[in-house]
Design a protein around this ligand. Structure first.
Ligand SMILES: C[S@@+](CC[C@H](N)C(=O)[O-])C[C@H]1O[C@@H](n2cnc3c(N)ncnc32)[C@H](O)[C@@H]1O
Length: 223
């Protein structure tokens, strides 16, 4: 049976984030399984999942720009989760939730079939040492999860400043028949005025790193 959510059920309009903090961070033990997004956000609507949200700068901008979309973040570092919540609370964001846990665990155990409109994965840790490759987010176990959880037409937005990891991602996702590469850009060479920065991206640009930006789309049957 689903675990009961401790916080009151939200009815639209969403409760202000200032009223407590539960409505921003959901303890993993309180998360309904399967994850019931309308219940968690208090409304239906598109759901975008940011994996490894760090200190939350990307969603501070993106969620403010798109108030009709529900953004769910997963980040395993508690200090980063606190920084993100502080940022989002100061900005009065109502359409963001975060859970502190491992992303593969969340996606595999909680996220229902056909429930995600977009995954956003920005500057995922590349774990360059071979013995650490199993810690990467982009690894073969991700593919069945993406196939199961992404809605038809849903997208995967990725940025990385590590070319070796970029090649790993291209090879992995290129082998997924349910995904189609929509674009693959170098933002350091052709900056996009609408691009939303992250903390990590700022540092990468200062250091002169390449900025690879890819967009994949889940194909629908027959495409
Ligand atoms: C290099 S940082 C990038 C942070 C942010 N996306 C940015 O661009 O500034 C990678 C983040 O992903 C988080 N992370 C790495 N692996 C994760 C996993 N398996 N589950 C959840 N978070 C993870 C790390 O804790 C870290 O905050």
């Amino acid at each position: 049976m689903d675990k009961a959510i401790k916080a009151p059920q939200c009815d639209p309009p969403l409760r202000p984030a200032e009223k407590g903090g539960w409505d921003l961070e959901i303890p993993i033990g309180d998360l309904p399984k399967p994850l019931d997004f309308p219940r968690v956000f208090g409304r239906t609507g598109p759901v975008e999942m940011e994996v490894g949200s760090g200190s939350g700068l990307f969603l501070a901008t993106e969620a403010a720009n798109r108030p009709d979309t529900n953004f769910f973040a997963v980040e395993r570092d508690g200090a980063e989760v606190r920084r993100a919540k502080d940022k989002w609370r100061r900005r009065g964001l109502l359409n963001v939730r975060i859970v502190k846990c491992d992303a593969h665990y969340l996606l595999e155990e909680f996220v229902p079939d056909n429930s995600i409109d977009s995954y956003i994965i920005l500057y995922s840790d590349p774990w360059p040492k071979k013995r650490h490759h199993k810690r990467r987010f982009f690894q073969p176990r991700l593919l069945p999860t993406l196939e199961r959880t992404l809605k038809p037409g849903g997208t995967v937005r990725i940025k990385t400043d590590v070319t070796v990891y970029y090649e790993v991602i291209r090879e992995l996702l290129g082998g997924a028949p349910f995904l189609r590469l929509e674009h693959d850009r170098r933002l350091d060479r052709e900056p996009d005025p609408d691009d939303v920065q992250t903390n990590y991206q700022r540092k990468a640009i200062e250091q002169g790193h390449p900025i690879h930006a890819m967009l994949y789309k889940r194909t629908t049957s027959g495409e």
